[in-house]
Design a protein around this ligand. Sequence first.
Ligand code: FMN
Length: 417
Amino acid sequence: MHSAFRDRNIVLGVTGSIAAYKACELASRLVEYGANVTAVLTRSASQMVGPASLAAITGRPVITGLFDESQNPEIEHISVATSAHLFLIAPATANILAKAARGAADDWLSTALLATRAPILFAPAMNTNMYTHPATQVNLDILRARGCRFVGPESGRLACRTIGPGRLADTQAILEAVIPLASDRHDFAGIDVVLTSGPTHEPIDPVRFIGNRSSGKMGRALAIELLARGAKVSAVVGPHSEPMPSGVRVVPVQTASEMAETAVNLSQEADVFIGCAAVADYRAESINPTKRKRDGNGLVLKLVENPDVIGMVGAVKREGQVVVGFAAETDRLLANARKKLEKKHLDLIVANEVGVPDSGFGTDSLRAAILDGKRNAPEFRLLPKEELAEELADRVSGMLTEARAAGHRAIQREVNN
Ligand SMILES: Cc1cc2nc3c(=O)[nH]c(=O)nc-3n(C[C@H](O)[C@H](O)[C@H](O)COP(=O)(O)O)c2cc1C
């Protein structure tokens, strides 16, 4: 659950396109963001995708017809239409575009589109001739002029074996278009965030590595939270990490050195940097070119220190940039985190306990406290990673607002002088 989608009602209208099956993935991503998704299938769409899949994914009854309502008042079209925060029609057929443009109301979806005052986002999908037909183009113009939004279609190979415009936009592009319309928090709009996530693997030979237990769940929770609040998110992600949500630019890396190089490069343009990865402190001094064999003498590895990723970013921090670190500790949590915050010039650090049940690598929650440069006593609480992500985003957002206000004051002083 992420704050920007909490209690946001999205009606996902699925119409009778060959691409209707893709609505399942879309619904699943929206649910993952924390939205309440009500899926609606037109009669034609019901021939392409089963309501049972969408009901299982959304956890809600799927609307398949106007007269379902007598059985289920929960899905009465006026109440669903008026409580919706967004109507997403994906895929949208030429037919629903024509009906919406004319204001026809001959089934549940077209009726609800007239009854709602929520933003409407269409993701059209159809054969190229149908898409480029003047009738469809006029309908698109009418809907655009009325404030409806569109994502896609893309050009490419279509199911009807032709090549041209008409292919449903990919899930990532649709989600990117949904986020600013559905989310009610936009405090990260225009903000460029770079984060690191997951473990690093330090090879000792072609088949073995030194690693750690980080899962990348915290980084993923942060990415979803920030994305939903409008940020442009780039993630430098270590191996075997939880997948990042669509909409995040992912740069996969293996080792701490690769992570450091990529993170420092990307952070130069970023407004916010969050070092959430569990970066290995040490690597093997030399990597054996072939698989090491047993020889009865054991193995002594010489380890050397890795670059300090967050320290490198902190050292070149720009005015107004916010740099956040994580301190995963097994002991002396507060003292160790404070030391790291000061030494590495961080604005915030999340002190979190690892190696105990329910908190740390691979778990869904963390016992953590967020510290800033002020020496007040922080409160350690066991929080789901999503909630910690929300709290951290709130603190970063507050710092960005303060930095902007300070910037304006400085400009004003110069103007006055
Ligand atoms: C296999 C199949 C695939 C179809 N794919 C599309 C499509 O991608 N886009 C489209 O506009 N119509 C497509 N149609 C035609 C629509 O299903 C038809 O126009 C229908 O009346 C749309 O109804 P609806 O908009 O209420 O879902 C397809 C029809 C069939 C049988």
